[in-house]
Design a protein around this ligand. Sequence first.
Ligand code: F6R
Length: 240
Amino acid sequence: MEIRIFEDAASLGLAAADIFAQTIKNKPSCVLGLATGASPIPTYNRLVELCNAKEISFADVKTFNLDEYCDLPKDDKNSYYTFMHENLFNLVDIKEENVNILDGNAADAEKEAADFDAAIKAAGGIDVQLLGIGNNGHIGFNEPADAFTTGTFKVKLTESTLQANSRYFDENPMPHYALTMGVGSIMDAKKIVLIATGPAKAQAIFNTVKGEVTPQVPASILQQHPDCVLLLDKAAASLL
Ligand code: F6R
């Protein structure tokens, strides 16, 4: 794992966006794996700027998002569908048919998950995957567990994740289930960029980098990825 430490979230966002912009420049029809949450917002802001400045174009880019809540209307303000459109897709020249977000309301969740994995494969695999990390070490919504997960699946969210994310849910109650890419799907990405900011992530980052590889800290498996970079601010890196 390569580790790069930044002064603040803004400079980290510029560096993360630079990796994605270079990928798009080198391969205009690349396949990007994307994340939601607070961490990637500066990265997406910068990618929008670069697209507006015509330095990059998403015209041939395909995207796959890590996860989506179940039992939440697609257009709810807290759905990841809404998040991605508000923070990136509506602001760049991507084609909607190239955007892949799991349908958390699919009647057959298993089929939805299998179709998603098949679509990633058909697209040639993910060139670069962006990840945030949960306070409990989760990646995507792969929560601490007894075994590493493989492909996309439906997951029951843990108390730690419900507590971390419930602040966003003032209208509808926070869903207790989500669809998520599995740890195996994430590890299949050719390159992984994990971003973490703030003191609440420091312990999870320590466990990810210095701890043993264990499904109790899902991100720890990234130690075994051949091309993984961690972009951290000083607070997130404070225990290293
Ligand atoms: C989001 C996702 C989650 C978040 C993680 C950190 O698509 O997969 O694993 O990356 O919960 O969230 P923030 O960035 O809000 O701290």
